[in-house]
Design a binder for this molecule. Structure first.
Ligand SMILES: Nc1nc2c(c(=O)[nH]1)N[C@H]1C(S)=C(S)[C@@H](COP(=O)(O)O)O[C@H]1N2
Ligand SMILES: [Mo]
Length: 510
C-alpha cells in the first residue's frame, strides 16, 4: 500500500482553500469591490442565458447569489481535489488545473465594468498560493510513495507525520490570512466608502494651458492620484474615519487646540499647485509628483495657537506613529502656503496619501514635512526632538535641492537620425526655475524652451530639439534657479539630504 488517496485529495483541498483565502485577503486589503469568486458569480449571471437564470432565481428566490457562490466554491474544491490527485503522477498536471481556474477567474474579473489592473493581483496571488502550497504538501507524500516502491527502510512515519504537520501549519495560516485580510481590509473598505461619499468644498484642478511642452511620451505636468509615487513606513496604512479624526496643536503655544475634520472643512481653504518629492529620489528618478492640493493654511492655525518666540520646530506625528520635524518658520510664513491638506487633485486625499488629513509644505522634502495621517503637531525646538528619519542618519533639515530630469527619449532608446525632441522636468520648489540647459555629446550648454508654471512651487516642463547624425549620443541637463543657482554636476548620494548631479541619458540615432 502506498499513501492513501485521501491524503492526496486532502492536500488538494487545503491548497484550494489556502489560495482562496489569500486571494480574498488580497482583494480586501487592496479595497477591491469583491473577491475574485464574486466576480466569477457575477459573470455567470451575466453570460448564462436569461431564461436559465430567471429559472434559477424563481427556484432559489433571493438566495440565488449566495447559492451561486457556494456552487462555484464547490466546483473549485472538486477541481482542487483533482489537482491533488494528479500531483501523484506528475508536477505539471495540477499546475494546469490551477492555471485554468486562474484564467477563468481572470476573465471574469477583467470583464467587470469597474475592473482595473489591480484586480489581477488577488487572482495571481491565489494561483501562486495554490501551486506553492500543493507542492509543499505533496512533497512529503511523494517521498513516502517513492521510499515504499524501492522498499527502503520505512521512513514513512516521518513523511506521513511531516505531511500532517505541514497541513496543520497551512491550515492555520489559511484561517489567519483570511481573517486578517477581512479584518484589515474590512476597516479600510469602510473608510474608503466614507471617503467616496464626502463632498468637500474644494475646486477641481484646472490646469493652466501653458504648462505642457507637448512632448509625446512624457509624464503629464499634473500627476494623477493613482500615478503619484507613494512612500511610507507603515505596512498596513491607517484607515481613519474622518469623523473620528482630530488633530492636537500643543507644546510651546499660548493656546492648545484640538481640531476636528469638520472644523477644517469649515475653515477657509487654500488651494495650490505644489510639487512634492522624496529625498530618496535618485538623479533622474521618479519619486516626485505634482498635484492640486486643498487644505487649511498652517500659518493661520499656528497664529491662533500663538507660538513661543524661542520655538523653532514642529514635531508632527501620524496615526501610525511616524514622526517628522519641520522648521517652524516654514509653517508660519503665510506666503509659503504650508497646509493641512484634505484634498488632492480635487478628490478627498486617497487613503494611501494620508486620508483624511496630511501636511504639505512647498520647498521641503517629504520626510521632514509631508506627514500623512497627521494627528499631532507639537511646537518645540530642534534641539529637543528626534524624528523618525533623523534618528537614522538623515539630515534634520530637508530643503529641496534644485534638480532636473530628462524624460524623453528614454535612456538607451533608438531614435531616428535627424531632428530629435528631448524633453523633461526641472524643479526647485519655493525658489522657482529660471532656465534649463542641455549639453549634447559633451558640447556647450544650450538653453531650452520652458513650459509655463502657475507659481514657484511646481516643477516645470522643458523641451528641446537637436539635430543628430546616425550613431550613439548622450545628453545631460542642468537647471538654473530663480535665485541664480546653477545646478551642480557634483554627484552626491541621497543620504543624508538629497542627491545632486546632472541627469544624463544615452540614445542611438538610426
Ligand atoms: N505617516 C507617514 N507620513 C509620511 C511618510 C511615512 O513614512 N509615514 N513618509 C514621508 C515621505 S519620506 C515622503 S517622500 C512623503 C510621500 O508622500 P506620498 O506617499 O503621498 O507621495 O510622505 C511623507 N509622509
Ligand atoms: Mo521621502
Amino acid at each position: 500500500m502506498s499513501t492513501p488517496r485521501a491524503a492526496w485529495a486532502g492536500a488538494g483541498i487545503i491548497a484550494g482553500l489556502a489560495g482562496l483565502a489569500v486571494s480574498h485577503a488580497a482583494a480586501m486589503v487592496l479595497t477591491l469591490r469583491s473577491s475574485p469568486i464574486v466576480s466569477v458569480a457575477e459573470t455567470i449571471i451575466e453570460v448564462v442565458p436569461g431564461t436559465l437564470i430567471a429559472g434559477a432565481i424563481d427556484n432559489l428566490g433571493t438566495n440565488d447569489k449566495p447559492i451561486l457562490v457556494i456552487g462555484i466554491f464547490t466546483v473549485m474544491m472538486i477541481l482542487s481535489v483533482t489537482a491533488g490527485q494528479l500531483a501523484r503522477r506528475n508536477w505539471w498536471a495540477p499546475v494546469l488545473v490551477f492555471a485554468a481556474m486562474g484564467l477563468m477567474a481572470l476573465g471574469a474579473v477583467l470583464t467587470r465594468h469597474d475592473a482595473t489592473a489591480r484586480d489581477v493581483v488577488p487572482v495571481a496571488a491565489g494561483v501562486v498560493t495554490w501551486v506553492v502550497v500543493l507542492s509543499f504538501l505533496t512533497d512529503a507524500l511523494l517521498l513516502e510513495d517513492r521510499s515504499q516502491q524501492s522498499s527502503e527502510t520505512p521512513s514513512d512515519w516521518h513523511t506521513r507525520r511531516g505531511f500532517v504537520h505541514k497541513s496543520v501549519i497551512i491550515g492555520v495560516l489559511t484561517v489567519g490570512i483570511g481573517y486578517l485580510g477581512s479584518f484589515v481590509g474590512g476597516k479600510r473598505r469602510e473608510v474608503e466608502k466614507a471617503r467616496q461619499l464626502l463632498r468637500l468644498p474644494v475646486t477641481l484642478p484646472s490646469r493652466p494651458d501653458n504648462v505642457s511642452v507637448q512632448v509625446p511620451g512624457m509624464p503629464t505636468w499634473q500627476t494623477p492620484n493613482d500615478e503619484f509615487y507613494q512612500i511610507h513606513t507603515a505596512v498596513i496604512v491607517p484607515a481613519i474615519q474622518p469623523d473620528s479624526w482630530s488633530i492636537r496643536i500643543h507644546g510651546m503655544v499660548e493656546r492648545e487646540m484640538v481640531l476636528s475634520y469638520q472644523d477644517l472643512i469649515e475653515a477657509q481653504l487654500t488651494e495650490r499647485w505644489i510639487t512634492l518629492n522624496c529625498v530618496s529620489n535618485q538623479v533622474g528618478g521618479n519619486l516626485i509628483g505634482n498635484a492640486w492640493w486643498s487644505g487649511v493654511l498652517l500659518a493661520d492655525l499656528l497664529e491662533r495657537a500663538g507660538c513661543h518666540p524661542d520655538a523653532d520646530a514642529v514635531l508632527q506625528t501620524s496615526h501610525d506613529g511616524w514622526t517628522c520635524g519641520t522648521p517652524l518658520d516654514a509653517l508660519t510664513d503665510p506666503a509659503r502656503h504650508a497646509m493641512l491638506a484634505v484634498a488632492m487633485n480635487g478628490d478627498p486625499l486617497p487613503i494611501d496619501h494620508g486620508f483624511p488629513v496630511r501636511t504639505i509644505v512647498p520647498g521641503l522634502y517629504g520626510y521632514v514635512s509631508a506627514c500623512k495621517w497627521v494627528i499631532d503637531l507639537e511646537v518645540t525646538r530642534f534641539d529637543e526632538i528626534e524624528a523618525y528619519w533623523t534618528g537614522k542618519g538623515w539630515s534634520e533639515r530637508g530643503p529641496v535641492k534644485i534638480a532636473s530630469r530628462i524624460d524623453v527619449p528614454h535612456n538607451g532608446k533608438d531614435v531616428e537620425a535627424g531632428s530629435v525632441v528631448i524633453g523633461g522636468h526641472a524643479w526647485s520648489q519655493h525658489t522657482g526655475i529660471d532656465g534649463v540647459q542641455i549639453s549634447l555629446d559633451g558640447g556647450d550648454w544650450q538653453d531650452v524652451r520652458l513650459g509655463g508654471v502657475p507659481n514657484k512651487d511646481t516643477w516645470v516642463q522643458w523641451r528641446a530639439e537637436v539635430d543628430v547624425a546616425e550613431g550613439d549620443h548622450d545628453v545631460r541637463v542642468r537647471a538654473i534657479g530663480a535665485d541664480g543657482t546653477v545646478q551642480t554636476g557634483a554627484r552626491a548620494d541621497v543620504v543624508p539630504d538629497g542627491a545632486t548631479g546632472w541627469h544624463e541619458i544615452g540614445f542611438n540615432a538610426k
